[in-house]
Ligand binder design. Structure first.
Ligand code: CP
Ligand code: NVA
Length: 308
């Protein structure tokens, strides 16, 4: 049966641990895992802009011995309205996996439903699960473990990153707190899914509008842009709405003294995160960006191995 990775909870706790273990091994020996040797091609398709995802998948697929076929959908028939299912049926005969950054979650679900090769979500409006794998790898490197740690997300708590922290963090047995203005909190169904996972892993989930409550004693403090791709027209209003939820020095001081700071990047200093925080000693954002490479290589290897 083919395995896809469309949202964070497509990996069970044991699967996630296996991927993170593989990611650590791949990081130590980047060229020793030729699972795409042949070379097998992997399609990496973008409906939205990208720097990290584009580079890390391209480099990672090449390091696995494969061939990255990077497609900007604006230059493809998909961008002119070719059916998603037909695209899957064409690609699956020529590539080992399909990685897609797109808009609605329904689009990637439609692709996966028609594809006999693994489909990987490289960001949708609802989730960014590859990013969370890299983040978990980074936290594990700096803290030695994941289960039992408190991870707090501040800002636009209705966006893809907040949703993925809820599901991915709960899967790892973490205590996940997400905090934002009342009108920008995660969907109840996603919170319920995270709570169900957390009850099995020993983690927990908290959703709040109170920054002090969210940050108190946190081991990991995280934020993301206030203006996600596709929301550019709302920038002025969003900057006002999210201002009280910035990851600034005051918020950082509420966390544990040895708290680490994550940001998926791109970052907007002086908006969602203070320059002194992202460029300060508690920030591990460059490790986090590098780990996209290792985590996604591990994910590809895992999905190919478990789809056999
Ligand atoms: N964090 C992240 O996904 O970055 P890109 O948008 O540059 O790929
Ligand atoms: N929430 C952001 C993440 C960027 C990597 C967006 O969707 O644009």
């Amino acid at each position: 049966m083919v395995r896809h990775f469309l949202r964070d909870d497509d990996l069970s706790p044991a699967d996630q641990q296996r991927v993170l273990d593989l990611a650590a091994a791949f990081k130590k020996a980047p060229l020793d895992h030729q699972v795409l040797a042949g070379p097998l091609a992997v399609a990496v398709i973008f409906d939205k802009p990208s720097t990290r995802t584009r580079v890390s998948f391209s480099v990672g697929i090449a390091q696995l011995g494969g061939y990255p076929l990077v497609i900007d959908s604006g230059n493809s028939q998909l961008g002119r309205g070719e059916e998603i299912g037909d695209t899957a049926r064409v690609l699956e005969r020529q590539v080992a996996a399909i990685v897609w950054r797109t808009f609605s979650q329904a689009r990637i679900e439609e692709l996966a439903a028609a594809s006999s090769v693994p489909v990987i979500n490289a960001l949708t409006d609802d989730f960014h699960p590859c990013q969370i794998l890299a983040d978990l790898q980074t936290v594990r490197e700096h803290k030695g473990h994941l289960a039992g740690l408190t991870m707090t997300y501040l800002g636009d708590a209705a966006n893809n990153m907040a949703n993925s922290y809820l599901l991915g963090g709960a899967t790892a047995g973490m205590h996940v707190r997400v905090c934002g203005p009342a009108e920008y909190l995660p969907r109840p169904d996603i919170v319920a899914d995270a709570e169900r996972i957390a009850s099995a892993t020993g983690g927990s989930v908290a959703v709040t509008t109170d920054v002090a409550e969210a940050c108190a004693g946190a081991d990991v403090l995280v934020t993301d842009t206030w203006v996600s791709m596709g929301q550019e027209d709302e920038k002025a209003a969003r900057v006002e709405i999210f201002k009280p939820y910035a990851l600034d020095e005051a918020a950082l001081a509420l966390g544990a003294p040895d708290a680490i700071v994550l940001h998926c990047l791109p970052a907007y200093r002086g908006y969602e995160i203070a320059a002194s925080v992202i460029d300060g000693p508690q920030s591990v954002v460059w490790d986090e960006a590098e780990n996209r490479l290792h985590a996604q290589k591990a994910l590809l290897a895992f999905l190919l191995e478990s789809s056999l």
